[in-house]
Ligand binder design. Structure first.
Ligand SMILES: [Zn+2]
Ligand SMILES: [Zn+2]
Length: 171
């Protein structure tokens, strides 16, 4: 894992109210992210501002990372970018919920960046917002073709009734 994501915050902690900016470009692999939606070699843009308080350091800014997956409707490649606005707190003694720990005056950004990117990565990606998907009957890609399948959605209650009719013995 890259050491560039381990920030020495001693200087900041000595002077509450002071701030520093960080622009880093670690790769997904350097962040320790193992997830099929993220290419290990892809570059993550980490743009953060660290501001010291009397009881910790606020880290805010933006993370951006490209993701790639299969469209949930048509299975074609789906691509996009995760953009997270972060606002996190680091403390020596963690008292706030969801705060990260400052260990030996060091701030480890990797875990925070990892958690935010994984949380914001899409769970049901689409190749485009209005993707028409595949025909449930013949499987044709309705974005590029049409089919003659009866696409009428059958209400399961009517389906049960028609089954009943079929099963009635003929007089
Ligand atoms: Zn699609
Ligand atoms: Zn069809």
């Amino acid at each position: 894992m890259s050491n560039s994501l381990l920030i020495n915050a001693a200087e900041l902690l000595r002077r509450p109210g002071s701030e520093r900016k960080f622009a880093l470009e670690p790769t997904i692999a350097e962040l320790g992210i193992v997830d099929s939606r993220f290419d290990p070699d892809a570059t993550v843009s980490v743009d953060l501002r660290l501001e010291s308080l009397t009881d910790g350091i606020v880290v805010d800014g933006q993370l951006r990372a490209p993701w790639a997956d299969s469209c949930r409707r048509c299975l074609a490649p789906a691509l996009g970018e995760v953009v997270c606005d972060v606002d996190e707190l680091y403390q020596h003694v963690v008292t706030a919920p969801d705060a990260f720990e400052i260990v030996g005056d060091q701030i480890d950004l990797a875990r925070m960046v990892r958690e935010n990117l994984l949380l914001d990565a899409p769970l049901a990606p689409l190749c485009r917002p209005d993707c028409a998907g595949l025909c449930p009957t013949c499987g044709i890609d309705l974005n590029t073709a049409t089919c003659d399948c009866d696409s009428e959605v059958v209400d399961p209650r009517w389906e049960a009734l028609s089954q009943l009719k079929v099963n009635l013995p003929e007089q």
